[in-house]
Design a protein around this ligand. Structure first.
Ligand SMILES: Nc1ncnc2c1ncn2[C@@H]1O[C@H](COP(=O)(O)OP(=O)(O)OP(=O)(O)O)[C@@H](O)[C@H]1O
Ligand SMILES: [Mg+2]
Length: 412
């Protein structure tokens, strides 16, 4: 089932790698639980997720440093199971660059080619080209300990691309660099990938990095893929509360839908949206959903009926915009970004364009996520709410009202 779901993303382009139903356990703990995805030729694809979710393990299986318990890794249609790591036409760049300190830059990059007994002239050409690509054309004679962190990382990349792999695996390659250098290298890496026409499989836990560089992002959590899509898809159309919260800041609140294109927030305010009811939902009853509103999508205006009315609790200048927390009259704290500031203590009314409201199914990932937003009625100690619940997705409006005083989450 999962595989069909992923095929929906297909544009019909060639898949250089297909990964099907990959499972892996360490010491009885499952770290990859039925992972399925494909990688298109020449794409920049990123595995994104928090520490321990299985990103490096997935990469190591593709590289051949680790074997899966079950599942398939196909490279251009051929099962890689019996192909050793050094025969895979795949190279890896690690976070710790593992360069040879006793060799100069040129010899570090040339190392693999010398082992393969490539002739001297070709080695020289290829190494120089690789150094040029990473912006180190005149650094061949420098020793590794005479380089900055960013330059060492470039050497590590040159050493990988000099082999002309079809696929370059990069496991948090910018992790050791400071923020400014990271940002520069992100742009350079992306340009390099276009120029070289190599497929890049990139691993990071930094959502901004993933959004900046990738053609496709795979969001993982606890060894399970949560969503696959373009950065824009993943940002604008997160599939669940986990993805919405992980990719950028979000307001995630409980809501109900009785009919298409209309959602009622927990406080009783009705907003127009663009989503129809999910197919399994019944029209006319209050189907529980998660509602995601990005902070930058609010309009901040005067109090009025039909708006989220509340008081500005804090105001911080963030360079291009102001960031505010607005506490609405039902106790929810909303994270709001606006180019104009509203004074702390002032009253405002918030509203949103219908297509900036993202409706998601409730899932086991829904509760407790998001720094801002209210708990779902079902998750309160509210036995009456449970009795009144017709199905997992339905709750009586009265139960939502009861929840109005619920604690607002301010974690994070
Ligand atoms: N060789 C191993 N032996 C035992 N457990 C392992 C081994 N390699 C990884 N693990 C465990 O498998 C899980 C997934 O690890 P993995 O390295 O894939 O995570 P990750 O997503 O890359 O995390 P990070 O962002 O911290 O690098 C972790 O809980 C880790 O402790
Ligand atoms: Mg890792």
């Amino acid at each position: 089932m999962q595989y069909n779901q992923i095929l929906e993303d297909s544009t019909g382009s060639e898949h250089i790698i297909e990964i099907k139903n990959l499972c892996k356990s360490f010491d009885g703990t499952k770290v990859l639980k039925d992972i399925t995805f494909y990688i298109r030729n020449n794409e920049f694809i990123t595995l994104l997720g928090p520490s321990g979710c299985g990103k490096s393990t997935t990469l190591r299986i593709i590289a051949g440093f680790e074997t899966a318990d079950s599942g398939i890794v196909n490279f251009e249609g051929k099962d890689l199971k019996s192909v050793p790591a050094n025969k895979r036409n795949i190279n890896t760049v690690f976070q710790r660059y593992a360069l040879f300190p006793h060799l100069d830059v040129f010899d570090n990059v040339a190392f693999g080619l010398k082992i393969k007994k490539v002739n001297k002239k070709e080695i020289e050409q290829r190494v120089n080209k690789a150094l040029e690509t990473v912006g180190l054309a005149n650094y061949g004679e420098r020793y590794i300990d005479q380089l900055s962190g960013g330059q060492m990382q470039r050497v590590a990349i040159a050493r990988a691309i000099v082999n002309r792999p079809r696929i370059l695996l990069l496991d948090e390659p910018l992790g050791a660099l400071d923020l400014k250098m990271r940002k520069e290298m992100q742009i350079e890496l992306k340009e390099m990938q276009r120029e070289l026409g190599i497929t890049f499989v990139y691993v990071t836990h930094d959502q901004e990095e993933a959004l900046t560089m990738s053609d496709t992002i795979i969001v993982m959590k606890d060894g399970v893929i949560q969503q696959i899509g373009t950065p824009i898809d993943i940002y604008n159309e997160p599939k669940n509360a986990y993805v919405a919260d992980f990719i950028g800041e979000s307001n995630i609140v409980a809501g109900t839908m009785k009919k298409d294109k209309e959602v009622v927030l927990s406080s009783g305010i009705t907003f127009e949206c663009v989503d129809p009811l999910f197919p399994e939902m019944t029209e006319g009853i209050a189907n529980l959903v998660d509602v995601v509103i990005r902070p930058e999508d609010f309009y901040v205006d005067k109090e009025a009926e039909g708006r989220i009315n509340g008081t500005v609790e804090s105001l911080v200048f963030k360079g291009v915009h102001y960031e505010m927390i607005v506490k609405s009259d039902d106790g929810i704290e909303w994270l709001v970004q606006n180019v104009d500031p509203s004074a702390v203590g002032s009253r405002v009314g918030l509203y949103v364009d219908p297509d900036d409201i993202q409706i998601m199914r409730r899932s086991e990932l829904s509760p407790d996520f998001g720094s801002f937003g209210i708990k779902h009625p079902e998750n309160q100690d509210n036995s009456e709410a449970k009795e009144n619940t017709v199905s997992d997705n339905v709750v009586e409006e009265a139960d939502i009202k009861e929840d109005e005083d619920a604690e607002v989450e301010t974690a994070k």
